[in-house]
Design a protein around this ligand. Structure first.
Ligand SMILES: Nc1ncnc2c1ncn2[C@@H]1O[C@H](COP(=O)(O)OP(=O)(O)OP(=O)(O)O)[C@@H](O)[C@H]1O
Ligand SMILES: [Mg+2]
Length: 147
C-alpha cells in the first residue's frame, strides 16, 4: 500500500489513512490506508463481504468511517458538516452506481444535468453534447431511463 502522509497528500485525488468501519460486531474495514493518484484508474477486487462497497462509500464521502481520515486532495472530509459534504459530493465527485439510481420520471438529459441544477447551475450545452456523443447517447436525451 502507498503511504499517505499529509505532506504527500496533494499527489492523490483521494487518500485514506488508517480507515476503519464497523457495523456492530462486524469490522468491515480495519485500518485501511490507500492513495488514489490523480488521473489514475483503480479496480477494487475481493470476495463478497470483503468490504469493497464499504471502502468506496467511505472514500467518496457517502459514509463517515468509524475511525481514520479520508481526504479529497488536501481536504479532510471528516471535518465537514453534512451540508458541506453534500455540496462536495455534488460538485467534485461522480458516481456510477451498480443500480444506476436514475430518476425514472426524468428524461436522460435531466438525469445527467440534475446535480448541476440542484446546485443552481446550468449545463454547458456544448459540453453536454460532447459527453453524450462520447458515450453513444446522442439522440436519446429525451428518453426516460426505462426506454
Ligand atoms: N449497513 C450495514 N450494516 C451492517 N453490516 C454491514 C453494512 N454494510 C456492510 N455490512 C457488512 O460489512 C461487511 C462488508 O460488506 P460490503 O458490502 O462492504 O462488502 P462487499 O465487498 O461490497 O460485498 P459484495 O461483493 O457482496 O458487494 C459484510 O460483512 C457486510 O455484511
Ligand atoms: Mg458491494
Amino acid at each position: 500500500m502507498q503511504p499517505t502522509t499529509t505532506s504527500r497528500a496533494t499527489q492523490f485525488a483521494v487518500s485514506l489513512e488508517e480507515v476503519s468501519q464497523s457495523y456492530g460486531e462486524v469490522t468491515a474495514l480495519d485500518r485501511v490506508s490507500w492513495g488514489f493518484r490523480k488521473g489514475s484508474l483503480t479496480a477494487i477486487m475481493g470476495p463478497s463481504g470483503s468490504g469493497k462497497s464499504t471502502f468506496l462509500h467511505c472514500a467518496s464521502g457517502l459514509d463517515r468511517p468509524s475511525a481514520g481520515t479520508v481526504r479529497l486532495g488536501d481536504l479532510d472530509m471528516g471535518g465537514l458538516r453534512e451540508t458541506e459534504l453534500t455540496r462536495l459530493r455534488r460538485e467534485r465527485i461522480g458516481f456510477v452506481f451498480q443500480g444506476y439510481n436514475l430518476m425514472p420520471s426524468m428524461d436522460v438529459e435531466r438525469n445527467i444535468t440534475l446535480p448541476l441544477t440542484l446546485g443552481g447551475r446550468q449545463a454547458d450545452r456544448h459540453w453536454l453534447d460532447e459527453v453524450v456523443h462520447r458515450v453513444g447517447m446522442a439522440g436519446h436525451l429525451d428518453r426516460l431511463p426505462a426506454r
